[in-house]
Design a protein around this ligand. Structure first.
Ligand SMILES: [Zn+2]
Length: 455
C-alpha cells in the first residue's frame, strides 16, 4: 500500500529547486517510493491513501543539532545538574521531545546530557514505545577543571548527576569514551572551554592539543562522532585541528581556525538562538542581568557573527541548532528562530538555510543518509507548512502554520499539554539578587524613618 502526498509546493531539501504540483509516495515501511510531478505520478491503487496537502508547502522535517533533552528548561546550573532524579529527567525529556516534534522538528541531536537520559529517550522512540523525534545522543560532557560543566568549587567537584564528567588524565578520558560508547552514545561531547579566562579576557582551552587529538582519535576509532563546546579561539583551534566533527559556537575563530576546519572537515553549529534570547529576553530583575550577562553576550554576538560570516565564505559548513532546554530557549518554542538569525545575521538566503536545517544537518546525524532529503529510499520525515518559508523564513516559528508533521510516514499527533515549571524544573535555591544592608535599604526606601534615625 502506498500513501500519496499531494503537495502545493515541494521543497526536497537538496539542490532541486522548489516545484508546484508534486506528489510524494511512501510505503508501509515509512520509506519514500517515488517523488514526482503529480501529472506523472504512479496511479492510485484501490488500497492506497491520498493526503491532500495541495494548499501547503511540503519539506523535509526540520533538524535541530543542539537540543539538550534532559535540561528541562533550566533556570540555573543547579536545575540542570542536581535536584531532579535521573528517572524523572528521562520521563520529562520524552515529554519535551514531543514538544519539539510539534514545532516541525523530526530529528534532533542532544549534545550532552546527564546519565543515559538522551540515549534512553532515543531508544524508547526507536523501539516504538513512544512517538517522538529521531534522536542523535551524546552522554556527559568530558571536561577538566577549566571546562564548562565543572562549575562548582573544587571541594564539591562534578556530581554524578551532572551533565559533566570531570576527567583528570588522558587515560581517564579514554576510559570514559569507551564506557559511553559501550552504553550506546552516537557522539562524544567535549567541553573544550567555558569557565576560565586569562587576564586579557581570552578563554582558556580545557584540554591541550595532544589531549584533544587523542580523545577525537579514540572516538573516531570506535565509530562515533565528536562534538565540542568551544567559544574561544584556542579551544576552537584545538577542536578544528583534532577533527572534531561539529564545533558549537566558535565565536572567536580566526583565519588559522578556518584553515584547520577546512583541512579536517569540521563543521560549525553557531547556536545563535540561545545568545540572542539571553540578550533579548533577560529582565532587569534577573540574576543574569545583574551579572551583566546580556551586555557581555551582545558583544560576543557581534564579534561572533562577523567571524562566522568569514568561515561561511571560506566554505565551512554551518549547521542549525538552538541550545534549547534553558528557560530562555524552552522546548518547541524557538527552534526555527535559528533559521531567521542565519538569514538576518549570517547572510544566508531562505533556501540556503532550509537546506542547512534539513540535508546539511542530516549529514551530521546518526543514520543521516536516511533523512533530511525527500527522495526515494529515505524516510518520509516531512512537514506541511501553511505559507512559504522561502518568502518569509519567520513563519516556521508560528506553531499554527506547522499543519502536519510526519515521521517515517506516520502523522504525529502531539497533545497540547501545559505544565507547571515549579513542579517540573525549578528547584534552584537562589532567592535574592541584592544585598540588603541598611544603606541599601535607605536607597530603596528613602522614606523609612526608623532606619534614618539609626544613623
Ligand atoms: Zn549546549
Amino acid at each position: 500500500m502506498t500513501t500519496h502526498v499531494r503537495c502545493g509546493t515541494l521543497f526536497t531539501g537538496d539542490a532541486t529547486p522548489p516545484r508546484a504540483e508534486a506528489t510524494i509516495g511512501f510505503g508501509d515501511d515509512g520509506k519514500i517510493v517515488f517523488v514526482s510531478d503529480t501529472a506523472a505520478a504512479p496511479p492510485i491503487a484501490v488500497a492506497d491513501t491520498v493526503l491532500d496537502y495541495a494548499g501547503l508547502f511540503v519539506m523535509p522535517g526540520l533538524i535541530d543539532v543542539h537540543t539538550h533533552l534532559a535540561y528541562g528548561n533550566a533556570k540555573s546550573e543547579e536545575d540542570i545538574d542536581l535536584y531532579q532524579p535521573m528517572e524523572f529527567r528521562a520521563l520529562r525529556a520524552l515529554f519535551f521531545a514531543q514538544k519539539v516534534v510539534a514545532a516541525g522538528y523530526t530529528a534532533l541531536c542532544a549534545p550532552g546530557d546527564a546519565g543515559q537520559v538522551s540515549l534512553s529517550v532515543r531508544n524508547a522512540i526507536n523501539f516504538g514505545l513512544f512517538e517522538g523525534p529521531r534522536v542523535t545522543a551524546a552522554g556527559r560532557y568530558l571536561t577538566t577543571r577549566q571546562g564548562l560543566t565543572d562549575w562548582y568549587p573544587t571541594w564539591i567537584g562534578v556530581p554524578d548527576t551532572s551533565i559533566g564528567r570531570l576527567v583528570t588524565s588522558k587515560d581517564e578520558a579514554i576510559e570514559e569514551i569507551r564506557v559511553q560508547v559501550k552504553n550506546g552514545v552516537d557522539c562524544i561531547k567535549l567541553a573544550m572551554d567555558g569557565v576560565q579566562t586569562r587576564e586579557d579576557g581570552s578563554l582558556i582551552a580545557a584540554f591541550d592539543q595532544d589531549e584533544t587529538s587523542t580523545m577525537v582519535r579514540e572516538a573516531h576509532r570506535l565509530g562515533r562522532k565528536v562534538v565540542a563546546h568551544a567559544v574561544g579561539k584556542e579551544a576552537t583551534l584545538y577542536a578544528a585541528k583534532a577533527g572534531v566533527d561539529l564545533i558549537f559556537h566558535a565565536y572567536y575563530l580566526d583565519d588559522e581556525c578556518i584553515d584547520a576546519m577546512l583541512k579536517s572537515g569540521s563543521a560549525i553549529g553557531p547556536t545563535l538562538t540561545l545568545q540572542r534570547n539571553v540578550i533579548d529576553f533577560t529582565q532587569p530583575h534577573e540574576p543574569a542581568y545583574i551579572k551583566e550577562r546580556p551586555s557581555a553576550t551582545a558583544r560576543t554576538y557581534e564579534i561572533g557573527c562577523a567571524n562566522l560570516q568569514k568561515a561561511r565564505k571560506a566554505g565551512v559548513p554551518m549547521l542549525t541548532g538552538t541550545d534549547s532546554g534553558f528557560a530562555v530557549t524552552p522546548y518547541g518554542e524557538w527552534h526555527a528562530l535559528e533559521l531567521e538569525l542565519f538569514v538576518r545575521d549570517l547572510g544566508f538566503s531562505p533556501a540556503e538555510v532550509l537546506r542547512c536545517a534539513t540535508s546539511v544537518n542530516a549529514r551530521f546525524m546518526a543514520n543521516g543518509g536516511r533523512i533530511g532529503v525527500l527522495e526515494t529510499g529515505r524516510f518520509a520525515d516531512f512537514i506541511a507548512v501553511d505559507g512559504s518559508p522561502l518568502e518569509n523564513i519567520a513563519i516556521l516559528q508560528e506553531k499554527s502554520r506547522i499543519r502536519h508533521v510526519h515521521i517515517g510516514g506516520k502523522r504525529m499527533q502531539i497533545p497540547e499539554r501545559g505544565y507547571d515549571p515549579r513542579q517540573v524544573t525549578d528547584k534552584s535555591l537562589s532567592n535574592w539578587t541584592d544585598l540588603y544592608t541598611q544603606q541599601r535599604v535607605r536607597e530603596l526606601y528613602p522614606a523609612r524613618r526608623h532606619l534614618a534615625a539609626a544613623e
